[in-house]
Design a protein around this ligand. Sequence first.
Ligand code: TMP
Length: 224
Amino acid sequence: MPGTFITFEGIDGSGKSTQLRLLGNFLRANGCDALLTREPGGTTLGLRLRAALLDAMEEVDPLTELLVFAADRAQHVRRMLRPALAAGRVVISDRYADATVAYQGAGRGFSPELISQIVQLATEGLKPDLTLLFDLSIDESTNRTARRSTGKNAGKVPRDRLDIEHADFHTRVRDAYLQIALREPERVKLIETSGPVECTQERVREIIVPYLQSRGHLAMNYVR
Ligand code: TMP
């Protein structure tokens, strides 16, 4: 594929979506027309699946959850990611298949074999070229997701069905992400996110800028 596929991953409250938005602004200002997308919900069908999947009032069976995330991904891969990559674009997705390994595999307890089969089916083997894994402690993550639904954001950002899982679940998810980073150090770069947003964004650019320059997507004399 001539394009470049980058994913952002991390536990809930890790700040990856804010970092993705800031990176998108920076890339646009430098003439790099990156496609920013997300899972679940990158396509119009995916948006509807997302609303149903994350509704805290919905009782979703774990197998159904696994299959609906996979359905969202199949639509995303076939209708959006592959065409954009084939056209040579930079695609950055807020979550992708590593999330299924971490949340449905480690979090819900589905076997690695089943997870790998479902991921293969949905992605048809499309893997990210680079993944940034945003990491912070479970305590800090819990505080951040709780703050989203109180204080000045009260009512605007309802907590989703997975946010409200207990700390054990989020600990298993985090450990699984860290294992992926250990297994695939070439692809997965770990970024610690407990500091200020601007410092984390600096770190993101330290990794992304030379990477995109080396692949011809970004000029050598970029504007900061
Ligand atoms: P977001 O808040 O980062 O947009 O993600 C929505 C939730 O969906 C988050 O709690 C993680 C969860 N999720 C899974 O459980 N499995 C998956 O495959 C994906 C993509 C997300």
